[in-house]
Design a protein around this ligand. Sequence first.
Ligand code: HEM
Length: 407
Amino acid sequence: MNLIEGHLAIDPPSGVPVWDIDPYDPAILSDPREYYAELRSKGPFAYIPRYSILACGRYGETKEVFSDWSRFVSSRGVGILDLKFAAPFQARSIIIDVDPPYHAKTRTVLARAMSPRAVAELKEKFREDAERLVDSLIGRGTFDAVQDLAEVFPTNVFPRAAGLKETDRRRLIDYGAMVFNAIGPENDLRRKAMKRVEEILPWVMERTKRDMIEPETFGATIYAAADEGEITEQEAGMLVRALLGAGIDTTVTGIGNALWCLGQNPDAFELLKEDPNLARPAFEETLRYTSPVSAFYRTANCDTEVSGTRIVEGSKILCVLGSANLDESHWPNADRFDIRRRPFGHLALGTGIHGCVGQNVARAEVDAVLTAIARKVNRIEFAGEAVWRPNNAMHALDRMPMTFVPN
Ligand code: HEM
């Protein structure tokens, strides 16, 4: 057995182009559009020898592989490691790294915790918080839209909604970045993120214990499922932690990317001001256009075939969601940011049984922020260069100086 990056090494399948590229090159992670386009031009799959993986970036195949949980499993890890052979840096996730039937059990609990009703009850609070934050930034002149806005809003509202008694902005964001960097190979980004494990994990473990969770929160609903015997006490703690790992850095990135899109496209911002109800479609288009979660893996659990390509058991397949969301054969004018588009079926929140279970929360948060901006801000201006922060699985900004010109 020959392992590479913690998974089985495979030969290039017949007919699949061999592509000597490093998709984890920081320059590509920061600005992936050319790489996405080239990946699509190669055909349904490309073989990347450096990591002995297959990559797909056309809409059809990416969706097929990403959603067919029986052939392309998550239980062998959604990162480059095959959990059959290698251990992850923290206990395996009991929601994202598992298959049916076990997955249905944990998914039911999380879906209940973040039901449309539970989220609806938070909307007013989100709106008030967003308005206060936008008011404070309008009065400030130039600010950093990442540090002072995108990172502030979710770390104010989400840990509270999850039930945490105290929050620590930096630790929570870095925890998310750590989880997402761990998706990738043993490179500088992953090594650097892993250095923080010993400092961050115990903090997270402590804050997610039952007696640290406030009543009437997502976390309380999860622990109530343990009281009913639906899941164990230990599983409840793991699910609360899963929310913190998956629910903060992603939304931070969603807000930052939305502002970047609106800053780049003043016409879109004009439309949003005229009709703040476009906040929701503007977020969906941001998701399609920038794919905050750029790529996750699946592992072939049997010998199979997709679009004529033979795929052997154990193959790791990099599903490049960011590329599928820009596939011009699926999206007319894919390269245009158009908030009137209804990008139904984009893959930015996944699809199928593992589709983002926190999507109602993410939508409610970003909707609150974009609506407040649409109502109160006349013009969004860049006050310096927007800089992206390379991450092995996220397309996220590092800093973005901006000014909100008030009405
Ligand atoms: C699943 C993206 C916000 C919790 C996913 C998946 C994607 C995604 C692509 C699919 C993973 C897969 O199939 O392997 C995003 C983006 C977000 C966001 C782009 C924000 C813009 C959130 C929030 C939460 C959350 C706010 C928590 C409240 C989860 C969880 C899963 C998941 C627990 C695993 C679901 C499962 O395996 O059944 N998300 N997410 N996400 N997301 Fe999100």
